[in-house]
Design a protein around this ligand. Structure first.
Ligand code: ZN
Length: 388
């Protein structure tokens, strides 16, 4: 592929930590229960989405991530992938060697199934407030990331993982792919450049126009919504999935778009999470990544352009951030414009605000066709309880 700018995986090696299970061996192991969210991230490690991580970080990497946004070996990494345990577990795990992981269930049959092995390398304590201040740039308990961190157990266990059993296939997981799979597909399509687009929203025409503006310049588009725990008021995963599928079906050139879900939680870490999001898309094979205004932000914790500025600290990232200004419909330009190319004032702009969207949901009133595609709006209006 002459001229291709598809980057190598982060750290130059795609991690694969799936193994054929040795069930007999696992039966005798110490067992640790993890949350469903953590099971998703464990599968992400095994799939190489978090390459070069092969497991939960140890203390040196943890301290290095918190202090300078890099792994101990200097590779860019901004959000620590950690497994918290309580004091009793810390004592028991310290010399346990290999342990088995089970996921908490919601009553499904295989909830107690041992799905992975953790090779315990170290157990250590951590300073939650210092970590929160570094990752979230605040220790305000009202920040959802800080709240989660403060409520974590007091100890961390680091070590490589091996996954023996994937999470069951479901309608929500039908569109997940591993980086090995997306990279194969990118190469099959012959794309030499790919733009990653992160979303946790239903698509407005403004989003579509922004994505298509990127398609004017690059070969392929990886639409990559985040499926996982979100905050109250966000749209539900099922809705994000079905509206995007409807939009792609009616309005996108199929040979230029890939739709892949990413199963991990929003952390609302603003600029640090923008880097984390870019690293995951680099592993999927993206050469470019669209970074929004206040990317991965929440409330007023981050400056709207902090998520752009931070990329200056990572010239070695090997995935290029694209800072598109937000698009809006301009009644003077008679098209979707943005602050970079439109000369007209606020009074000519048409946008679908959060308030508009909630009104649409409560009254069932369809928004104007040029702001939201009717195929998309219909799905939202007919969806029972669209918000988390
Ligand atoms: Zn204009």
């Amino acid at each position: 592929m002459a001229g291709s700018i598809i980057p190598s995986p982060h750290g130059n090696r795609l991690v694969d930590r799936f193994v054929v299970s040795d069930k007999k061996n696992m039966q005798d192991m110490y067992t640790l229960q993890v949350s469903k969210e953590l099971r998703n991230d464990i599968e992400n490690i095994a799939d190489g989405i978090f390459s070069p991580l092969e497991g939960f970080v140890g203390e040196d990497d943890f301290q290095s991530i918190v202090k300078r946004g890099r792994l101990n070996n200097g590779i860019a990494w901004t959000v620590p992938i950690i497994l918290d345990i309580d004091e009793r577990e810390a004592c028991e795990l310290k010399d346990a060697g290999e342990i088995a992981l089970v996921a908490e269930g919601e009553g499904e049959e295989n909830s107690n199934e041992k799905f992975a092995i953790l090779h315990v390398e170290e157990v250590y304590s951590f300073d939650k407030i210092a970590c929160a201040k570094s990752i979230y740039q605040t220790d305000d308990i009202k920040h959802p990331g800080v709240e989660k961190m403060v409520n974590m157990k007091d100890w961390l266990v680091g070590g490589k993982i091996d996954v023996v059993k994937r999470i069951e296939q479901s309608s929500l997981r039908k569109y997940r792919m591993t980086p090995a799979e997306t990279r194969t597909e990118i190469s099959r399509k012959g794309w030499k450049s790919v733009v990653g687009f992160q979303t946790r929203n239903v698509p407005h025409v403004a989003h579509e126009m922004l994505q298509k503006a990127a398609l004017n310049l690059y070969d392929g588009l990886l639409l990559n919504p985040l499926i996982g725990k979100k905050k109250k008021g966000d749209f539900k995963d099922e809705l994000i999935l079905s509206t995007y599928l409807a939009l792609i079906d009616s309005y996108y050139p199929k040979q230029r778009v890939m739709f892949v879900t990413l199963h991990t939680d929003m952390r609302y870490a603003g600029p640090k999470e923008a880097i984390h999001h870019a690293i995951m898309r680099k592993n999927f094979g993206c050469s470019h990544f669209i970074v929004g205004r206040d990317h991965a932000g929440v409330g007023n914790y981050y400056h709207p352009f902090a998520a752009h500025e931070i990329f200056k600290d990572y010239p070695d990232l090997e995935i290029e951030p694209l800072f598109f200004p937000a698009f809006y419909y301009c009644k003077k330009c008679l098209m979707f414009s943005n602050e970079r190319n439109c000369a007209h004032g606020q009074e000519f702009r048409e946008e679908l605000s959060g308030t508009n969207m909630r009104k649409m949901v409560s009254s069932g009133e369809m928004p104007a066709n040029h702001l939201m595609r009717p195929e998309v709006a219909k799905i939202i209006v007919s969806f029972k309880e669209p918000f988390v």
